[in-house]
Write a new protein. Structure first.
Length: 218
């Protein structure tokens, strides 16, 4: 079994892929103390987190001085007792991205951000993760390597081409906003949904079957 198909690493990607908002922790350039902010987040095909940040924001100014960050994905909100819910903290560094698909995937995840992406002082950043702390509920915590969470051997160009063919297809009241080896992202107005594959796939037939099963987005 590859690390990427391990139950814990799949759970980590499940948290990341279904969580459009994260808490970004940076090191305050003036005081050296932790600084935490709210950021929309998208994911690359392999699950690398991608952010759209203003050059003028405090967290971006902090990253310019010290690129080390942490990113908290919180999937506890649906639980009556939040402490029983799942969450994941990714530790690593943040750097400007030169990949065009990162901006496309971010805007597909957050359409309202398209206007900001056109501003000269907004740029796309990608997380170079090293470690991640997975908490699946009270007393259920484990450290993971981010390299084991991210999907290996992902054919980015192939997936971009497949995604273009599925973009905008209907699934009930939702439409397809993106695909990745773990499943399909869906959007309806301001709501998001998700269809999950049982095992990661790069085959268009897998996404067709998933859409045709009548599975309920979650």
């Amino acid at each position: 079994m590859s690390p990427q198909s391990d139950e814990k690493t799949r759970t980590a990607r499940w948290i990341m892929r279904r969580t459009p908002i994260a808490a970004l922790g940076t090191i305050d350039r003036r005081t050296g103390e932790p600084y935490v902010s709210f950021v929309p987040v998208a994911l690359d095909f392999d699950a690398t987190p991608v952010l759209l940040l203003s050059d003028l924001s405090e967290h971006t100014l902090n990253v310019r001085a010290d690129p080390r960050i942490s990113l908290l994905f919180d999937a506890t909100r649906e639980r009556d007792i939040p402490a029983d819910g799942a969450r994941l903290t990714v530790q690593g560094s943040l750097a400007r991205s030169g990949e065009g698909r990162h901006e496309r995937r971010f805007i597909a995840r957050h359409p309202s951000a398209s206007i900001y992406a056109e501003f000269a002082d907004f740029n796309i950043y990608a997380v170079d993760g090293r470690h991640a702390h997975l908490v699946e509920g009270f007393g259920k915590a484990r450290w993971l390597r981010t390299a084991d969470i991210l999907l290996a051997d992902v054919d980015m160009a192939r997936l971009e081409a497949i995604e273009a063919g599925f973009h905008g297809m209907e699934c009930g009241k939702f439409t397809v906003s993106g695909i990745d080896p773990d499943g399909i992202d869906l959007r309806h107005e301001g709501s998001i949904g998700r269809l999950w594959l049982d095992t990661p796939s790069h085959q268009p037939e897998s996404f067709e079957q998933l859409l045709n099963t009548g599975a309920r987005p979650h």
